[in-house]
Design a binder for this molecule. Structure first.
Ligand SMILES: Cc1ncc(C[n+]2csc(CCOP(=O)(O)OP(=O)(O)O)c2C)c(N)n1
Ligand SMILES: [Mg+2]
Length: 920
């Protein structure tokens, strides 16, 4: 049967294998339905059937629920709550806000600036924000804690405009929109960022949203983390809610829908999505031929969410009340979004002819309506009370997250040039006529003369703080616990771990061979044992704990699950049993790297959002980190997240046999592009211990003066090797700055070379050091480079300083200083592509070459892969000899001899590395 002709989920839901035990009775029921259709008509029959379904559900007989309901409000007028505010007063200052938001963007288009902005998004959603800000969203001073509000990025002018009415921003501030550096007040850059960027306006914005799709996931992670804090007894978050404002176009992003299931199965009733369904995205309609609200209703309901639709304003209630045979609802159901959009771009007469006129019954309904009255039949999202009813129901709903689907008009109230136009998203200026129309509509007391004086700079409007409306508005915020958006970063003091906690890392592994990943896990385990500090650690794992040796955490720290463990665990008798618990410490998010990065953000910003420092240790397959979830890390940086990001199974030659999509030889390049990510590629566990300690102090030691808003990225490997103990005279400063001398070359009187390597490249330069001495009489110093990226940043900083004061002697970059004291050419290598060590090329005096794992990863043994990329000991030796020849120290024949001797062109001749602890 044609799928489209099926009767929907009810028919589909009839279990085909259950026998009909009383066919006669079944027949009677069916016959009475037929009779009902004949006598009462299809609409009546439909109504009765739906009531029967409702009753069935009340009686818990387990009928499948409908995935979509009619295209009407979920909350009928009879169920609307009493509205506690003064609607008239709230409307007045909402209008001022609309005007100021539009003027802010319009003025930003003035000659010589022309930085633009977005007008239509806020115009469509002003009511949605105002209902929240006047009645629901709690500020940070509320005794129950503040709510987390994710403001839609393109609506930012509305939030600035409100801050202006609230007295938090001045006209001068508003005029700095999108001129962050060049707009100066008292000689200081004082502009406003285009979108909600906490990094750029840290006392105001809290949650960055503007890259579409990040907001929905980050909001889910925030709500999840709030429950986590509650369940672990860290903080009472039971009154705090997360509200995320999203665009209907934004819901096309896979990320927007990608974590809905988590919100549902963790029963995040502290989470509300508000989707502004203005039916338009940037270019045109979101679903011209379909209905985005209906689609989203089915989708969210299917995912287990509570769905509230706000489709129509109160003006429709009378008409719907008269719709006895469902003709109007039928029209509503059958009209595609493309038409609804067009109606709002036309006129009341057009709506009469093209909507109501399609059925004689509906046509008759509006016969005595003027065109103007028809035009005034509003959409739900512009009806204050309908929105209020929805928010109230959402806030009070338990056991499920709620999505509110609100129908609005894009560019609402800005006149015919803006409303519902396809180009509205990008329109930035109002003509003088538009200005006058908007002024009239918003009842702004500004004369034609004042508008005409300079149409490029129409005035803002503020009635003064003593105006009753402003007093009312301020009082509302006071009652709700302060302004929003509002970001704070004061937090309780974190008790730092004792130095003893890092001993395991410093001791080395004795005779045992362990990979640096395992070494790190030992460090982490000891940190988690630290009293006070330990419970502040939140390990985050997108599956693969076993791969990284973290299954040892299962029985003690346990895996967080708000429902605990309600089944008999298959491995309950094992020492390392899989253990889920309500107060589990590990955030195990399933195979979901983007979700894990969202969790990293929520946990890593807890110091600000909750005033409770919590330290995320997000551990993942390094290939699936920055490459996979890059934009989430970017937003985490924007939100000033702090914590540790651990790229395990890094490198292109260590994770043997996994091959092309697993072998990470470039994440350090990607990481280097994030200003707040400090990245390291350590070789040994003791380096890791030092780096982790340094990171914790940088982030949370009040005595540390560096910027605390950083994330440390450490790559770790899965190749087992003896982890040496920390050398007595370790150059700790060097480890942290990016390089230190690991092994001085022998005093053999031969030519000198400098071998620099990071991570798992270090053992092979040590091998090369030996070969160079034994086979070629060359003395090689070996440097462990813990961070190519930090060395480069240090070099760039010197260059930047020099640019401004060329006549002042510049600070010599760290790597230049260190290498200036050495002799001989430099060969640099790692398990990453050459561009990673090449980052420091311009700061190394003298001859410099690099080796690396450029190209797609391959599946092979470690020795073969190392020979293939030429990063093994003999390749380093040969390159060192070439460099010595190129600098005139030896003859090139030696290098040629080496290439032949080691059979560099033969991958089967490679010997560098073991096959132990192979593929993951
Ligand atoms: C990941 C990403 N892709 C593209 C954009 C560019 N962009 C900005 S707004 C917009 C349209 C938004 O439409 P919608 O979500 O419906 O929001 P509305 O303004 O209609 O409320 C687009 C495509 C973006 N910000 N982020
Ligand atoms: Mg839209």
């Amino acid at each position: 049967m044609d799928n489209r002709k099926q009767g929907g989920p009810i028919l589909n839901g009839l279990p085909s294998q259950v026998p009909d035990i009383d066919p006669e009775e079944t027949e009677e029921w069916l016959a009475s339905l037929d009779g009902l259709i004949d006598e009462g008509g299809r609409s009546r029959a439909r109504y009765v059937m739906l009531r029967m379904l409702q009753r069935s559900r009340e009686k818990q007989i387990g009928v499948p629920s409908l995935t979509a309901t009619d295209y009407v409000n979920t909350i009928g007028p009879e169920n609307e709550p009493w509205f506690p505010g003064d609607e008239e007063v709230e409307r007045r200052y909402r209008r001022w806000n609309r005007w100021n938001a539009a003027m802010l963007v319009h003025r930003a288009q003035r000659p010589g600036v022309e930085v633009g902005g977005h007008i239509s998004t806020y115009a469509s959603s002003a009511t949605l924000y105002e209902v929240g800000l006047n009645h629901f969203f709690r500020g940070k001073d509320h005794p129950g804690g503040g709510d987390h509000i994710f403001y839609q990025g393109h609506a930012s002018p509305g939030m600035y405009a409100r801050a202006y009415l609230e007295g938090r921003m001045s006209e001068q501030d508003l005029d700095g929109f999108r001129q962050q550096q060049s707009h100066q007040i008292d000689g200081k850059p004082s502009g406003l960022p285009s979108y909600p960027h906490p990094h750029q306006l840290p006392d105001f914005w809290e949650h960055p949203t503007v890259s579409m799709g990040l907001g929905p996931m980050n909001a889910i992670a925030q709500a999840q983390f709030d429950k986590y804090l509650q369940n672990r007894g860290v903080k009472d978050t039971s009154q705090q809610q997360t509200w995320a404002f999203l665009g209907d176009g934004e819901l096309d992003e896979p990320e927007s829908r990608g974590m809905l299931h988590v919100a549902a199965f963790e029963e995040l009733d502290n989470l509300n999505f508000v989707i502004n369904c203005n039916l338009q995205r940037l270019d045109g309609p979101v679903r011209g031929n379909g209905k985005i609200i209906q689609e989203l209703e089915a989708y969210f309901r299917g995912a287990g969410w509570n769905v509230i639709k706000v489709v129509w304003g109160r003006e429709w209630d009378t008409l719907l009340g008269k719709d006895r045979d469902g003709a109007l609802v039928n029209l509503m159901n059958a009209t595609p979004d493309g038409d609804y959009q067009t109606y709002k771009g036309e006129s009341g007469g057009f709506v009469r002819d093209n909507f109501f006129g399609r059925d004689p019954r509906t046509k008759a309904m509006v016969e005595d309506y003027s065109d103007e009255r028809i035009w005034n039949l509003k959409r739900g999202g512009h009806d204050y009370r309908k929105v209020f009813a929805a928010y109230k129901a959402a806030a009070e709903h338990t056991g499920q997250p709620t999505v509110i689907l609100v129908k609005t008009v894009k560019g609402y109230s800005l006149g015919p040039h803006f409303e519902a136009r396809n180009a509205t998203h990008q329109m930035k200026k109002l003509t003088i006529d538009d200005l006058k129309l908007a002024r009239d509509h918003f009842q702004i007391p500004i004369s034609d003369k004042d508008l005409e004086a300079d149409p490029k700079l129409p005035p803002y409007y503020h009635p003064g703080q003593d105006a009753p409306e402003i007093k009312y508005m301020q009082e509302r915020r006071r009652t709700l616990g302060g302004y929003s958006p509002d970001r704070r970063s004061t937090h309780i003091d974190l008790k730092l771990p004792s130095d003893k906690a890092f001993d395991a890392g410093k001791r080395g592994s004795g005779k045992q061979t362990i990979a640096t990943t395992m070494g790190f896990v030992r460090v982490l385990k000891d940190l988690m044992r630290e009293k006070e500090f330990g419970k502040r650690i939140v390990p985050i794992i997108p599956d693969e704990a076993r791969t990284f040796g973290m299954d040892s955490f299962f029985p003690t720290a346990k895996i967080y699950n708000p429902h605990g463990q309600n089944y008999i665990s298959v491995d309950r008798d094992l020492f390392l049993a899989y253990k889920e618990a309500t107060d589990g410490q590990l955030l195990h998010v399933g195979i979901n790297e983007a979700g894990a990065t969202a969790a990293l953000t929520a946990v890593g910003t807890s110091y600000a959002t909750h005033g409770e420092p919590m330290i995320p240790f997000y551990i993942f397959y390094s290939m699936f980190g920055f490459q996979r979830s890059g934009d989430f890390f970017w937003a985490a940086g924007d939100q000033m997240a702090r914590g540790f990001v651990l790229g395990a199974t890094a490198g292109r030659t260590t994770l043997v046999a996994e091959g092309l999509q697993h072998g990470d030889g470039h994440s350090h390049l990607l990481a280097s592009t994030y200003p707040s990510i400090v990245s390291y590629d350590p070789a040994y566990t003791y380096e890791i211990a030092r780096i982790v300690r340094d990171g914790i102090h940088r982030m949370y030691d009040p005595a540390d003066e560096r910027d605390p808003n950083v994330m440390y990225y450490l790559t770790m490997y899965n190749e087992p090797m003896v982890q040496p103990p920390e050398p007595e005279d370790l150059d700790v400063d060097g480890v942290l700055k990016g390089m230190y001398l690991l092994s001085k070359g022998p005093d053999n009187g031969g030519p000198k070379v400098q071998l620099m390597a990071s991570g798992v490249g270090v053992p092979w330069v040590l091998e090369a050091q030996e070969l160079l001495a034994e086979d070629w009489g060359v003395s090689a110093d070996v440097w462990s480079v813990t961070s190519w990226t930090e060395l480069r940043r240090d070099g760039l900083k010197s260059e930047d300083d020099r640019l401004l004061t060329p006549d002042v002697e510049a600070r010599v970059p760290y790597v230049t200083q260190k290498m200036a004291e050495t002799e001989g050419p430099v060969v640099a290598t790692s398990d990453f592509m050459r561009a990673v060590p090449d980052q420091i090329r311009q700061y190394v005096p003298g001859h410099f070459t690099s080796l690396g794992t450029d190209g797609y990863a391959i599946s092979d043994t470690r020795p073969a892969a190392r020979r293939y990329y030429h990063v093994d000991g003999p390749s380093v030796v040969t390159q060192a000899l070439i460099s010595l020849a190129d600098t005139g120290a030896i003859s090139i024949d030696k290098a040629a001899e080496a290439a032949r001797k080691y059979q560099l062109d033969d991958v089967t001749a490679g010997t560098s590395g073991s096959t132990e602890g192979a593929g993951a």
